[in-house]
Every structure is written in structure tokens, then in C-alpha cells.
Design a protein around this ligand. Structure first.
Ligand code: CTP
Length: 410
């Protein structure tokens, strides 16, 4: 957190507000940011001023609110002044229209022009009715922006304007504020100088040249962790069974190594572990593999007898060969007795941190963009991170990694 009185070294935040009913909540967000010592410059789109007054923002912010590209007495080019000086741009609420314009590179008002004129990280906090939120056009525009490195805080499920209930509600200002703090801290390099090795995806065990046995892991949590770790300054290697796009601000920085089977993943992980400060085993590794047939099995030969054998437990091998001060994070997907199983697994595997998904819960874990996890660490701390984007979950996990690293070797 910056010092409470903003000065020239305070992180500078452009708070963009677009025209939705949730705009009133950004007044509270502004107060939180300002009280925490950020230098906050509000920019309202013309439609935002139909919902909230620029005067309110001017009274609370570090400098007067701006609403137009033209007529600013302090500078003829407010978009470049704002964009170049920002440490972070937060848009809350971000309407479907703003998201569409941003995705298409339009600069037809001060906020959009500022978003184009910056190299600072951008956090969008979408808010809209559920029907709009679920529109493929909106989701595709967001996917485009995410691929370009824009951070998106998923909306909450709850009461919407007009008495409706559904997803699309702007998260509470305190939750947005917390995420902002994480990003600013992250970009200040909480993991700078650390080498982080992450695995992602479900392994694929060959039955024959055509068929595989795999699992439902999408790899998204592992990719989100790799992106976030990179943004927090780490040197990241991602060992993955899947090909997902990495955000453009990250793609050149994260080394991706493709593998298929548990055996290949084991080899690649073990060849890199000694040089890693942190190893995060987010992959769903097969517990059993089988001897693959060289030829394709034919249907008329009847159901094949599959002869399984146990794979090496990579995490256990990592823990056995752990170097001094190295931090090892395991994942566990559970469907019952989640807490008892997690505690037992943390001890059995000897990891520093175990990230547990209850995959039987709706919108959690495999194939979802959102996740809810509980973190169990070696000091017996237990913390549930409620349902949110895999990106936000990554910040929580990596925050805990940073704090465990600061507490020294296990
Ligand atoms: N894991 C691993 N090597 C394996 C299997 C799992 O490194 N061969 C890792 C996973 O990447 C994960 C952790 O171990 O980080 C827990 O995986 P999980 O399948 O939940 O644990 P298991 O020991 O296989 O226990 P279970 O009986 O619940 O499957």
C-alpha cells in the first residue's frame, strides 16, 4: 500500500467510469483509492455523466475529473498526459459498449483515447445485465482484450438494476480495491528475480497411436498462474499438455514446454527443478498409465484389456529432491471430505501449500473460467477464496507464495 498522503512518487491511477447504473459505486472506489494514498485521476465518459456528476469525482479525487478530449485548461492532450503517466488504469464499471470500443481500438472519447495512449496495465470491471454479459459478442470482445493482456475482474452474481438477479453485478468497491492493490504490488515485482516452474493441463496416456486416456483439466488455472507470476516479475517456465493462448504482454516472457504423458511431464519437471525457486504443480497428472499398443487396436478384436501401471508421483519426487528454500505447491481436486482429504494430502505429499478445488461444486475447477479454492499451508493456515476468475485466484495463490517465501525454507 502506498503512503496515505499522495505525493509525486504515489502510484497514479486513472479511474475510468463508463455509463452504467453501477457508476455510483465507483465514487466509493475512488475514496478507497484516495485514502490509500494513490494519486487518482477520474475520467468519465459522456454517458457516465448521465448517472453520476463529474463534480462529485472532482471533489474526492487528486485532480479534477475529466470528461472530454477537448477544452482541458491544463493540457491540450489530456489522453497522452493520462495514459503515459498512469501506473494502472481501472475502468469501473465497464459497459458492453466500452468493452466493444476498446476491443476494436476506437478512441472516440477521452477514456478510450487514454486506453489507447497507455502502456500501463488495464483492469476492466464489467457490469451489465446478465443477458448482455452472456452475449457471445461481449464475451468475444473480452477474450480479445484478455489475449492482449487486459485484466478483467469478473462481475458478481446478485441484484441488478430493475429488480433482476443474475451475473453482471459490479463487484463491491472493496473487492475492486483489493484487486487493484494486488496488481500494483505485482507490477512492483513481488516475484522479481524468482524462477517459477508451473505445470498445466491433464496428462494424456496413450492407448494406441490414436487413442488416449486423459482427464477434464483444461489447463486454464495453470496458464493464469503463469501469466500472473510473469506479471509479478518472475522468470516463468510453463510445462503444459495443452495449447492455450497466453496474453500478448506475457507471451514472449513465458517459456512454454509441451508434453503429453505423465512420464514426459516428470522428465521435464525434474530436469528444471534444481534451478527453480518455486514449483507449482497445477497439472492433473495421471496416477496410472499403460503400455501403448504400437498398432491401432481394431474394433473386431473386442474390448481391449488395458494393463495399467502406476506413474511416478512428480510432487513426491520434487519434495524428496527439494533444494534449500525451494517452495513447492500442489493442487488437489476433491469431490468429498474436502477438508480432511486436503490436510492428509498436504502432510503426505510434504508440499508447502496445497490448493484444493471441490470440483463437485458448480462453476468450480475443470473447464470453467471461474474457480473457488481453499489454500492449506504448511503452517496449518486455511483460507477459502470464494468463486472468482482464475486470474484473481492466481493473485491469491501467488500472494501466499510470496509470503511463504518471505518466511524462509521449510
Ligand atoms: N501429482 C503428481 N504426480 C502424479 C499425480 C499427481 O505430481 N503422478 C500431483 C498433482 O499435480 C497435484 C497433486 O499431486 O499437484 C495432487 O494430485 P491428486 O491427484 O489430487 O493426488 P493423488 O495423490 O493422486 O491422490 P488421489 O488419491 O486423491 O488421486
Amino acid at each position: 500500500m502506498p503512503s496515505a498522503t499522495p505525493d509525486s512518487s504515489s502510484p497514479r491511477i486513472v479511474l475510468g467510469v463508463s455509463g452504467g447504473i453501477a457508476a455510483y459505486k465507483s465514487v466509493e472506489l475512488l475514496r478507497l483509492l484516495k485514502d490509500a494514498g494513490y494519486f487518482v485521476s477520474p475520467v468519465l465518459t459522456p454517458d457516465a455523466t448521465r448517472f453520476v456528476g463529474a463534480v462529485t469525482f472532482s471533489a474526492l479525487a487528486s485532480e479534477p475529473a475529466r470528461t472530454s478530449l477537448y477544452g482541458d485548461p491544463s493540457t491540450p492532450i489530456p489522453h497522452t498526459y493520462l495514459g503515459q503517466n498512469a501506473d494502472l488504469i481501472v475502468v469501473a464499471p465497464a459497459t458492453a459498449h466500452l468493452i466493444a470500443r476498446y476491443a476494436h481500438g476506437l478512441g472516440d472519447d477521452l477514456l478510450l483515447a487514454t486506453l489507447l495512449a497507455t502502456r500501463a496495465p488495464v483492469l476492466l470491471c464489467p457490469a451489465m445485465h446478465t443477458e448482455m454479459w452472456e452475449q457471445p459478442s461481449v464475451q468475444e470482445n473480452l477474450a480479445t482484450l484478455r489475449r492482449r493482456g487486459v485484466l478483467v475482474l469478473e462481475p458478481d452474481v446478485g441484484a441488478l438494476a430493475g429488480g433482476d438477479v443474475g451475473s453482471g453485478r459490479l463487484p463491491e468497491p472493496a473487492a475492486i480495491f483489493e484487486f487493484v492493490e494486488r496488481i500494483v504490488q505485482g507490477y512492483r515485482g513481488a516475484l522479481t528475480g524468482r524462477k517459477v516452474l508451473i505445470t498445466a493441463g491433464g496428462t494424456r496416456e496413450a492407448i494406441d497411436p490414436v487413442r488416449v486416456i486423459s482427464n477434464r483439466s483444461s489447463g486454464r488455472q495453470g496458464y493464469a498462474l503463469a501469466e500472473t507470476a510473469y506479471r509479478m516479475g518472475a522468470d516463468v517456465t510453463l510445462i503444459s499438455t495443452v495449447n492455450l493462448p497466453l496474453a500478448l504482454d506475457v507471451v514472449r516472457g513465458v517459456k512454454v514446454v509441451k508434453v503429453q504423458s505423465a512420464h514426459e511431464m516428470h522428465e521435464e519437471v525434474m530436469s528444471r527443478t534444481s534451478e527453480s525457486d518455486v514449483v507449482i504443480m497445477a497439472a492433473a497428472v495421471a496416477d496410472f498409465t499403460l503400455k501403448a499398443s504400437k498398432e491401432k487396436l481394431k474394433k473386431d478384436q473386442g474390448p481391449p484389456a488395458l494393463d495399467f501401471e502406476a506413474t511416478v508421483d512428480i510432487v513426491t519426487d520434487l519434495v524428496a529432491k527439494r533444494s534449500t528454500g525451494q517452495l513447492i505447491v500442489g493442487f488437489a481436486a476433491e469431490t468429498e471430505n474436502v477438508h480432511a482429504n486436503a490436510r492428509e494430502k498436504l502432510r503426505r505429499k510434504g508440499v508447502d501449500l496445497l490448493v484444493v478445488n471441490d470440483v463437485s461444486a458448480p462453476s468450480v475447477g475443470f473447464e470453467h473460467a471461474t474457480n473457488e479454492v481453499t489454500l492449506f499451508d504448511r503452517f496449518d493456515n486455511e483460507q477459502t477464496i470464494s468463486l472468482r476468475s482464475k486470474e484473481s485466484i492466481s493473485y491469491e495463490i501467488l500472494d501466499r507464495v510470496v509470503s511463504l517465501l518471505s518466511q524462509g525454507a521449510s
